[in-house]
Ligand binder design. Structure first.
Ligand SMILES: Nc1ncnc2c1ncn2[C@@H]1O[C@H](COP(=O)(O)OP(=O)(O)OP(=O)(O)O)[C@@H](O)[C@H]1O
Length: 234
């Protein structure tokens, strides 16, 4: 039984496009791990492979014994025709009926009670994201993988999410957040992996890169120094 969650020598091609190119990455408990990089750098593909949704062209995925893996994707995944409350009921059942106090806590973080009776398909972009993040957290996952969770969130909710993720990692859970918005994540990240054109161009810990201003600089330099086209977007 392993608790290791990793990819080894991972390559994923889509025809002529090499989305991920020979990547080794191991996810660890207790840290907020930011997977950063410009649009198209391979972040979503890497997360998809880790989650078993994308089949690698080459390489190996090592999955933990725990099935408590939670995720949220760029496209929300819930039942449009059900209300928010009904979606919560369905996903709670699927998650094995998690502790109700935990469900209340997550609902509170994402302020879902305000839209309990709305049809999920009619939610704004922000509330869609908030519902999707809540559903991803229902089974209090040991490994939480979020793809661009900050998109569409207002400033207040974004702050709540970041604060929540910091606490959740501090409890010993693995939190991986992909984003091209390094500035927003810089204050809470413990580890930064920068991808560019399918490759990892930087992988460092906060104590190595030390401080928000440095993180921004390191991110931009890593991309510039990769010798590839510079298209920093965050
Ligand atoms: N299903 C697919 N079919 C063809 N090409 C794909 C597919 N999925 C991703 N790609 C390509 O693979 C590359 C990496 O995409 P990916 O979505 O993994 O990057 P990303 O860093 O997550 O970017 P973004 O933040 O824009 O989603 C891009 O060139 C993208 O166009």
């Amino acid at each position: 039984m392993t608790e290791r969650f990793a990819v080894e020598n991972l390559t994923k091609d889509y025809g002529p496009v090499v989305a991920v190119d020979g990547v080794d990455l191991s996810i660890e408990p207790g840290v907020v791990h930011c997977l950063a990089g410009p649009n198209g750098s391979g972040k979503s593909t890497l997360l998809g492979v880790l989650l078993g949704l994308v089949r690698p062209t080459e390489g190996r995925v090592v999955r933990p014994a725990s099935d408590r893996i939670g995720a949220s994707f760029q496209e929300p995944a819930f039942y449009d025709d059900l209300t928010v409350r009904e979606n919560l009921d369905v996903f709670r059942a699927l998650a094995g009926d998690p502790d109700i106090e935990w469900v209340k806590e997550v609902v509170e973080v994402f302020k879902l009670s305000r839209v309990f009776h709305r049809r999920a398909g009619e939610l704004s972009g922000g509330y869609s994201k908030q519902l999707d993040l809540t559903l991803g957290l229902l089974k209090s996952p040991d490994f939480l993988l979020l793809d661009e969770p900050l998109a569409d969130l207002d400033d207040v909710t974004r702050e709540s999410l970041l604060e929540f993720l910091e606490g959740y990692a501090a409890e010993g859970n693995a939190v991986v957040v992909s984003s091209h918005r390094i500035d927003a994540l810089a204050p809470v990240l413990d580890r930064l992996t920068v991808m560019h054109e399918g490759e990892i161009v930087l992988d460092g810990r906060r104590e190595e890169i030390d401080g928000t201003e440095t993180i921004r600089r390191v991110y931009r330099e890593a991309i510039a120094e990769s010798g590839k086209e510079t298209e920093t977007s965050g």
